[in-house]
Write a protein that binds this ligand. Structure first.
Ligand SMILES: *Cc1c(COP(=O)(O)O)cnc(C)c1O
Length: 374
């Protein structure tokens, strides 16, 4: 079965010298942990986003976890988020003993339905985690008003939204803190694991620096409140610095792939047909995933595999609240009707910067064949 969901090898071939030079630079620097490259990346990533401070951490899941802790979320606090997300969003909330509370998503762009947030607030609600899923920002203006009115913190999950913008503002600059992942597939990906939290608040920044370093004030080596070991690796930071200079280029390539899909698949859309990504007004999508929707998704996936040897991904086939690992949350099936319906209808088309047009055309042609003969 041909799976070209994601493949970094072509990109590595074109960037190999730069990547190997980054590795060598760190190994020769004499400083393998929290050195110049982590510091440099933090400065440069904050500047790229227009965020005040950046603290590098070991992965995106821990970025969400540390961000929540740094803004004051503790055991027993309720955190409002969505179930149509990558499971780690919820794993991070659960791991610190906080209670994830889900609101449904919108039926057009599959992002948090902000109109449902206020009804989910209780006296124990402490924070909201909007997920800028697939590469597009949640409707932040009304969410910021709700958070201010009820004195709630906002931690943005930006793991899929490096460089995405809404109303001219960059994802990661709306909330009290924002979590990024540099997992290799992400829009800005390392050659291994990595993550970061950005914030405009110097107090939150200081808390994050302690939390990633055992809870220590590094200057005194004293633990005041226990933390973790969640440092961003120096080698990955140097690779990320170099890839950051190419991020706008990667995004441009992703948008070109999206444009070719929209053009090539337009004939399959309309009245019960294929639904392509909807970009909300004022949003600049970075297309981490290109998610389409069709009521006969399973038959399409099956026929693509059988007739065309094409295997596609689904982001995501199981809403988090239906996973057995979250049964303890006690959210019944049927509680999030849009999320649950979507999970049976959405699927993802191959999307990465180095995707060759010929491969993309093969997918487009196969979709025409399969959907025409449903
Ligand atoms: C990838 C991802 C994460 C987790 O990032 P890791 O670096 O894999 O830990 C969290 N949230 C979302 C929405 C993601 O896509």
């Amino acid at each position: 079965m041909t799976t070209y969901v994601w493949n970094y090898l072509a990109e590595y071939e074109s960037e190999r010298e730069d990547i190997l030079e980054a590795v060598d630079q760190v190994f020769r620097s004499g400083r393998l942990v929290l050195g110049d490259s982590v510091q440099g990346f933090e400065r440069e990533f904050a500047a790229y986003l227009g965020a005040g401070h950046c603290v590098g951490v070991d992965n995106g899941t821990n970025a969400v976890k540390l961000a929540l802790e740094a803004v004051g979320v503790t055991r027993g606090d309720e955190v409002i988020t969505v179930s149509n997300t990558a499971a780690p969003t919820v794993v991070a909330i659960d791991e610190i003993g906080a209670v994830p509370v889900f609101v449904d998503v919108r039926a057009d762009d599959y992002l948090m339905d902000v109109g449902q947030v206020e009804a989910a607030i209780t006296p124990r609600t402490r924070a909201i985690v909007p997920v800028h899923l697939y590469g597009q920002c949640v409707d932040m203006a009304p969410l910021l008003r709700i958070a201010a009115k009820h004195d709630l913190r906002i931690v943005e999950d930006c793991a899929q939204a490096h460089g995405a913008r809404a109303g001219g503002r960059t994802a990661g600059t709306f909330g009290d803190a924002a979590a990024f992942s540099f997992y290799p597939t992400k829009v800005l990906g390392a050659y291994g694991d990595g993550g970061a939290v950005v914030t405009a608040d110097a107090g939150v920044e200081a808390a994050l620096r302690r939390l990633r370093y055992y809870g220590m004030e590094k200057t005194y080596y004293v633990v005041r409140t226990p933390g973790h070991n969640s440092r961003l690796d120096e080698v990955q930071a140097e690779i990320l610095r170099r890839k950051l200079t190419r991020l706008d280029g990667y995004v441009k390539q992703r948008r070109e792939v999206a444009r070719r899909y929209a053009e090539g698949l337009a004939g399959l859309c309309g009245d019960g047909g294929l639904e392509l990504p909807v970009v909300a007004p004022g949003n600049e999508h970075v297309y981490y995933v290109y998610v389409v929707r069709h009521s006969q998704r399973d038959r399409i996936i099956e026929a693509l595999a059988e007739r065309h040897d094409i295997s596609l991904n689904i982001s995501y086939p199981w809403p988090v609240h239906t996973m057995s690992g979250f049964a303890h949350l006690g959210v019944p099936r049927g509680a999030l009707p849009v999320t649950e319906r979507l999970a049976g209808q959405i699927f993802s088309l191959p999307m990465y910067p180095s995707l060759e047009p010929a491969l993309q055309d093969r997918v487009i042609d196969a979709l025409h064949d399969v959907i025409r003969t449903l």
